[in-house]
Design a protein around this ligand. Sequence first.
Ligand SMILES: NC(=O)C1=CN([C@@H]2O[C@H](COP(=O)(O)OP(=O)(O)OC[C@H]3O[C@@H](n4cnc5c(N)ncnc54)[C@H](O)[C@@H]3O)[C@@H](O)[C@H]2O)C=CC1
Ligand SMILES: O=C(O)CCC(=O)C(=O)O
Length: 526
Amino acid sequence: MPKVLVSDPVDQAGIDILSQVAQVDVRTSLPLEELVKVVPDYDALMIRSGTKVTAEVIEAGRNLKIIGRAGVGVDNVDVPAATRRGIVVVNSPEGNTIAAAEHALAMMLSLSRYIPSADQSVKSGEWNRKAFTGVEVYKKTLGVVGLGKIGSHVATVARAMGMRLLAFDPYISSERAEELGCRLVDLDLLLQEADYITLHIPKTPDTTHLINAEALAKMKPTARIVNCARGGIIDEAALATALEQGVIAGAALDVYEQEPLAETGLRSLGKAAVLTPHLGASTAEAQVNVAIDVAEQIRDVLLGLPARSAVNIPGLRPDILERLRPYLQLAETLGNFVGQLAGGRIEQLHIRLQGDLAEIDTKPIVIAALKGLLSHALQERVNYVNASLEAKERGIHVIETRDSEIKDYTGSLYLSAKGSLGTHSVTGVLLGGTEIRITDMDNFPINVPPTKYMLFTLHRDMPGIIGKIGSLLGSFNVNIASMQVGRKIVRGDAVMVLSIDDPLPEGILAEITKVPGIREAYTVAL
Ligand SMILES: NC(=O)C1=CN([C@@H]2O[C@H](COP(=O)(O)OP(=O)(O)OC[C@H]3O[C@@H](n4cnc5c(N)ncnc54)[C@H](O)[C@@H]3O)[C@@H](O)[C@H]2O)C=CC1
Ligand SMILES: O=C(O)CCC(=O)C(=O)O
């Protein structure tokens, strides 16, 4: 039975799902060195934001197949290191959207009405109504930075509260922004005009310290900012100074540059700051959603099925995977095939989608072809997660083309690889939508199903040659299952394809190439 380590608190609903297929150990708050020690035993790791899955943890997790983040942000996982090792990283992109959006709205209202400070004051025995006169959000301008899932929900609710909306998101169309009642503007204008600013963007090199001293200086002295996205998007030191000096009026933070929050100036800002300990996703509903979402994906991957929200398999969503499965199988088989014909040290792979196939997305096809191409050398180490990266690291230049005019079959896939044995090509089709046929090899027309062991020769089309090869294989006790020849002109160059029942014994290829008329001989084992 596979083993799953749950190293942060997650809802029992997720653990129940995992327990159907795996032994589940819940061990939270493990120090890094302890995690590194225990992780080699596990096939899957389920985390929230507490566990830092560093390159060291990934290196130690030699049996890991999947890391599941019960939440959105995967910035606590070294995703490139996981990708390199072929480990799928999944998250729950939507499970806590509403929770995070509602938290941001609650923070905005808390800041406006000083609710946390007023609460503390009453609890300490005071009755001070004057100190907590707030401001309304109605008819104020809210600047939404990042109009994705959370930002969109915040915008929808804020609009219903009568706020005017500006948005900054370079990856969103103005039509989408308009649908949400937002005016898409550049960041500078948003900073200058907004009464409230709420951040809903990922932390990337582009967004780190996006809100720095310079940005804060552009804001109104009455402006308030909310960060329920990621620590480090706001420069905390600059923010503390800006609040102390009255550059802006308030800030509500749920996330910090360092978590748990270190001793910083932020703690002593009084009612101008509202601070929560990364609670954006902490609702009963969101925790059930993300736990189920991620546990189901871990279960599926452990059962050999695709994950629906893998962050490191570009273009291979499960619906796409399901629809393209026969084509991916075709691409993988042809990649494996042509990789062996071209020999080791592949320099270039050309993938051409032909006829009706030219209509489909090339990205998954390329990944599958690369997986096949590298599978002979890397065996099970290569998978859909790391195939592109492995190819890149080996310096394999990938060329993708489409040609809808080539209609030899309704749709076909052409692969040509350049390697230590020269440049070789193969074309394949799907008969009846599922059955693979190789229809061309090195530009010779053939029609053979791929089989486990195959032998190919390039030879002169002349009488007796087939008989000689047959006798030679017989003398080595190799049984021929099927045989086909292809040629372009009579008595010209030809190709012979043999399916054989066993791997070719050592030395036989050299004997075959000695047969008069044979120019080259290759074997392929699929
Ligand atoms: N505090 C908490 O507990 C939680 C925090 N989050 C965080 O909230 C953030 C947003 O999450 P979602 O809305 O689900 O993500 P999303 O992917 O749906 O939306 C992010 C948006 O940011 C935009 N964006 C990316 N780079 C940008 C840039 N440089 N400038 C402006 N816009 C940019 C994207 O185009 C996208 O529309 C993430 O950082 C996530 O980790 C999410 C859930 C809970
Ligand atoms: O697991 C949590 O509570 C944090 C959620 C979060 O920050 C996210 O989903 O990105």
